[in-house]
Design a protein around this ligand. Structure first.
Ligand SMILES: [Zn+2]
Length: 77
């Protein structure tokens, strides 16, 4: 059984990754529609998309490692 706080803390990287996916979809949609101001905003967001996706991936990997260590130490059979 995984502790509740570990499961809750997983929501942080998951939210980051989901926002990256959402922004990516928005950026592609704005690009497709060719709306001036929105396309410019999407272009600006796209530069932050990589950072957001990378941060989410690193945090998720860190969370997974953290959970693995916790399961080994605190929940050793
Ligand atoms: Zn635990």
């Amino acid at each position: 059984m995984t502790c509740k706080w570990i499961r809750w803390s997983a929501s942080i990287p998951v939210i980051l990754l989901l926002s990256a996916v959402g922004l990516f979809a928005f950026a592609r949609l704005a690009e497709y529609k060719h709306e001036g101001a929105i396309a410019l905003l999407a272009l600006h967001l796209a530069t932050w998309l990589d950072v957001l996706a990378l941060a989410g991936t690193v945090l998720l990997a860190g969370w997974w490692l953290w959970r693995w260590l916790h399961m080994r130490i605190a929940h050793a059979p």
